[in-house]
Write a protein that binds this ligand. Structure first.
Ligand SMILES: [Zn+2]
Ligand SMILES: [Zn+2]
Length: 294
């Protein structure tokens, strides 16, 4: 008689929340460069890797933002989109990202945006992070705004260091900032073996969510996993026959370096496959151009 090691209980109680790592964007940049090798979207994946390098520089340079749960009303989540400190911070991060990219060879010219155009772009990005479809085809400037918002909200999530007891609600949204998850990751390692976490599309906080039930609809329906025959075993679409939505799930035991946001962009063939089976994408990726997965 044998047991799947996934179900062997560990003596360590699992973390409900995983705060984003200090080198999140550097790791993602390396992953994007790896995935770009021989990929039909290599120029795009390599451009995003350069953007992630710039995000890492900005994250490392950000000062203490002074965010705390102390100024959060009971029942609210901390890092809301109109948080005054974060609203003041991200345009500076945007300017820093733009300056970094302007120094790179072969980089497309990024137009300067007026304060009102910047704000409109941020509104669109927040809408996408909340799970709404983009209003139009995102521009390179929109991707830069998305990158600046990610850096700012990730820094705030790291500094907030949300306590497990502060994690509330089971609505499938980020316990830190209320954004929708970009995807799910089934992890390996002590205390995390076989545990499934959702990763926030905006602040990259990961939160524990039980396996084998739909996290899109409140119904908690069982899900099935679809993958590409002959493709990576580390990437599957978790499909629900109740709401007909799907969210991509990434398996660390098949590829330890899998990154929900980078690997998502490199696996759009899977979106096409499950789209043909009648399932609709339910998770945002702030760097997915409209139509790429259609
Ligand atoms: Zn979040
Ligand atoms: Zn569902």
């Amino acid at each position: 008689m044998s047991f799947d090691q996934t179900f062997v209980p560990t003596s360590v109680s699992p973390s409900l929340l995983l705060t984003p790592a200090a080198d999140l964007f550097a790791v993602r940049a390396a992953r994007l460069r790896h995935l770009a090798g021989g990929h039909s979207l290599a120029p795009w994946l390599n451009w995003l890797a350069g953007l992630c390098d710039a995000q890492q520089q900005q994250l490392a340079a950000l000062p203490e933002l002074g965010v705390s749960m102390g100024d959060v009303e009971a029942g609210q989540r901390g890092l809301r989109v109109d948080h005054p400190v974060l609203s003041r911070t991200w345009p500076t991060v945007y300017a820093g990202l733009r300056a970094s990219l302007a120094g790179l060879p072969d980089n497309p010219v990024l137009p300067e945006l007026s304060p009102s155009a910047l704000q409109a772009s941020a509104t669109q990005v927040f809408g996408m992070a909340a799970g709404h479809a983009p209003l139009g085809e995102p521009s390179l400037a929109d991707f830069l705004v998305a990158a600046a918002l990610q850096v700012t909200w990730t820094a705030a999530a790291r500094q907030l260091a949300l306590a497990e007891g502060d994690a509330h609600g089971d609505d499938g949204m980020c316990p830190c900032c209320s954004s929708a998850p970009a995807g799910a990751i089934v992890m390996t390692g002590p205390g995390k073996m076989g545990l499934r976490y959702l990763e926030c599309s905006l602040c990259a906080t990961r939160w524990n969510a039980v396996r084998a039930r739909c996290t899109i609809c409140a119904d908690g329906s069982p899900v099935s996993y679809l993958g590409i025959e002959g493709g990576s075993e580390a990437v599957k679409a978790e499909c629900c026959d109740h709401c007909h939505g799907y969210i991509k799930t990434f398996f660390q035991d098949k590829d330890l370096l899998v990154d929900p946001q980078a690997d998502d962009l490199a696996s759009l063939a899977l979106d096409i496959l499950v789209g043909e089976q009648g399932y609709a994408r339910a998770s945002p990726n702030l760097f997915l151009a409209e139509g790429e997965a259609a």
